[in-house]
Design a protein around this ligand. Structure first.
Ligand code: ZN
Length: 158
């Protein structure tokens, strides 16, 4: 049995916050606003896995109203979500994700992001694709107001 899931996540960019994407600290004068570490890439991948499981979304499992998730490392959330998938007898075939950020350019960070995500998911590096794009100067991403991530995950019965 195969299951597919999609995830999409956006965070506003503000001064005085770190920018963490896929568990990697990106050197930037602005970071993502949010209750946890606001890691849009990890959130999109976790939502895609939850979608494949038909298990709602990240907000349902880790509500912002719960202080235990404040400033939490989102890789921890991702690790709980993959644990749930394994409980359901599903494992990851592959992940394909895109991060949209106007600046800085993410290419130098992509390999580290792939390494962190594949390690948390317990899959080989060749199963995790991460692409980086800009917003071409238009919309909230293009104007440097937000970071967005999109992810698709294919899973199969293990
Ligand atoms: Zn998020």
């Amino acid at each position: 049995m195969f299951r597919i899931g999609i995830g999409n996540d956006t965070h506003r960019l503000v001064e005085g916050r770190p920018l963490v994407l896929g568990g990697v600290h990106v050197c930037s004068d602005r970071g993502a606003e949010g209750h946890s570490d606001a890691d849009a890439l990890s959130h999109a991948i976790a939502d895609a896995i939850l979608g494949a499981l038909c298990e709602g979304d990240l907000g349902l499992h880790f509500p912002d109203s719960d202080p235990q998730w404040e400033d939490v490392d989102s890789l921890q959330l991702l690790s709980r979500v993959i644990w749930l998938a394994h409980e359901r007898g599903l494992s990851i075939i592959n992940v394909d994700a895109t991060v949209l950020l106007e600046s800085p350019k993410l290419r130098p960070y992509v390999q580290s992001m792939r390494e962190k995500i594949s390690e948390i998911l317990g899959v080989e590096l060749t199963r995790v694709s991460i692409k980086a794009k800009t917003g071409e100067g238009v919309d909230a991403v293009g104007q440097g107001l937000a970071v967005t991530a999109q992810a698709v995950v294919l899973m199969a019965s293990s």
